[in-house]
Write a protein that binds this ligand. Structure first.
Ligand code: IMP
Ligand code: MG
Length: 436
């Protein structure tokens, strides 16, 4: 059984926790796009883990955790993360890295930052992790793949060309900064190669084997569909495809093998970086939600922009990904917020729109049409079944589902594994049922 899990908003939906819940019975968890721009937080037995690259399933020793070909991987960050989880008693023996995954090279973060500087007021607000430049090099066919670490002579020759003919001229002639030293990079990457060697594989046979055995495979999305390179708010997007399609090209799983797509949505909206966000709140309610929800980036520490739940976005991303069930997270953050609003449509020049327009200057200037619902005063943190929730909270969840076009099957009311409500026997089927 193959399950795709995607973020339905702008990332930071709380995917880490849901993936962790589903990972226990997954034979394999695969990261298929993004890089260490992502930050997935998992709280397990009172310990908080933050993963940037390692699939969140790593906490379960019998789950094979795969970094797929669609990922751009910074070897330094990965090794640090491996050391960090090992120091806390978690084995990484079940980690596998695709030899086709591309690497972040030392110039990628530098160029990311320099390019953002050039954009001035039009900057995107990237994470400066080199994600965009690394994907750009992949597409230009001058990227470095993880498998190159196992071919030192090939690596050296390629570095000679890419650094000598493309990167250093750019750094020196366009940006007027110091060139990078080839031998130093070679030495650094040789050391990475030595340590990562046991984890690097062609994942094709591994994944085919899991498919043939009908193992539970979970595709762990990073970021969110509104940051999708094609379907997000371009150019205010990341450089990969966080939507369901990207999960497939990033892992080599054929579309016909997918059983379920789960969308994770936060009970309100957040966004890091620039770009349109029609329901953004720049007021005391927004500040309150940010503080209560601890809405600061896992990766960059930046304060996240906060807004009401945007059902126009949700309807779009449910449809775009074929989402069959919604996991709604951080409901507890809305405890005591009254009234609560949901954006049901956008209005622009008097015309109503039921999906986000592709033209982002239209999107920037549209006005959200809100429905107002009454809030609830009681804490939802201790709720474990739908019946434990205040009526107003149940009405809110029902309205989110109606407007989004998919059932809300899981609700999260806190960071811990146990702070989760299974609203009904979910179509998350085998995975979720067994995970409890
Ligand atoms: P990049 O992915 O670093 O190129 O950043 C592009 C945009 O995506 C910026 O607005 C980032 O803040 C946003 N972004 C990238 N990764 C994440 C994430 O994991 N969560 C939320 N926003 C992200
Ligand atoms: Mg995050």
């Amino acid at each position: 059984m193959v399950t795709i899990l995607v973020g339905g908003q702008w990332g930071d939906e709380g995917k880490g926790k849901i993936i962790d819940l589903l990972s226990e019975r997954a034979g394999m968890v695969i990261r298929s796009q993004g890089g260490n721009n992502a930050g997935h937080t998992v709280v397990s037995h009172g310990q908080e883990f933050r993963f940037h690259l390692i699939p969140s399933g790593i906490l379960y020793p019998s789950t094979t955790c795969v970094i797929g070909n669609g990922v751009v991987l910074d070897p330094r960050v990965l090794l640090e993360e491996m050391d960090h989880v090992q120091a806390r008693g978690v084995s990484v023996d079940h980690l596998v890295i695709s030899d086709r995954a591309h690497m972040i090279m030392p110039w990628h973060p530098i160029l990311d930052q320099l390019e953002e500087g050039q954009r001035g007021d039009d900057r995107l607000g990237t994470t400066w992790r080199g994600i965009g430049p690394a994907y750009a090099d992949k597409v230009r066919r001058i990227g470095f793949r993880v498998g190159d670490l196992q071919k030192p002579r090939f690596l050296q020759k390629k570095l000679e060309f890419v650094l000598g003919k493309v990167v250093n001229p750019l750094l020196q002639d366009l940006y007027r900064v110091a060139p990078l030293d080839r031998d130093q990079i070679l030495a650094t990457y040789a050391a990475y190669g030595e340590r990562l060697d046991p984890f690097i594989q062609d994942i094709f046979p591994l994944i085919q084997g899991a498919l043939n055995r009908r193992d539970n495979i979970l595709l762990e999305g990073a970021q969110g569909s509104m940051l999708d390179l094609d379907f997000g708010t371009y150019p205010y997007v990341t450089s990969s495809s966080p939507s369901a399609g990207g999960a497939l090209t990033g892992s080599g799983i054929p579309p016909s093998r997918v059983d379920t797509t789960i969308g994770v949505y936060k009970a309100f909206s957040t966004r890091v970086g620039y770009g349109p966000m029609p329901t953004e709140l720049v007021d005391a309610t927004g500040d309150r939600i940010r503080e209560v929800g601890k809405e600061y980036g896992t990766t960059t520490g930046r304060a996240r922009r906060v807004g009401w739940f945007d059902a126009v976005v949700a309807r779009y991303t449910v449809a775009l990904n074929g989402i069959g069930s919604i996991a709604l997270t951080k409901l507890d953050v809305l405890d005591g917020v009254d009234p609560i609003r949901i954006c049901a449509a956008y209005r622009r020049k008097g015309v109503l729109h039921d999906h986000p327009m592709s033209n982002i200057s239209h999107l920037k200037h549209c006005e959200p049409v809100y429905e107002e619902l009454s809030g609830w005063q009681a804490s939802t943190r201790a709720a474990r079944r739908a019946a434990d929730l205040p009526d107003a909270a149940r009405r809110y969840i029902a309205r989110v589902a109606e407007l989004s076009g998919a059932p809300v099957e899981v609700v999260s009311v806190g960071p811990g594994r146990e702070e989760t409500l299974w609203m009904k026997e979910p179509s998350l089927a085998g995975l979720a049922r067994e995970a409890r």
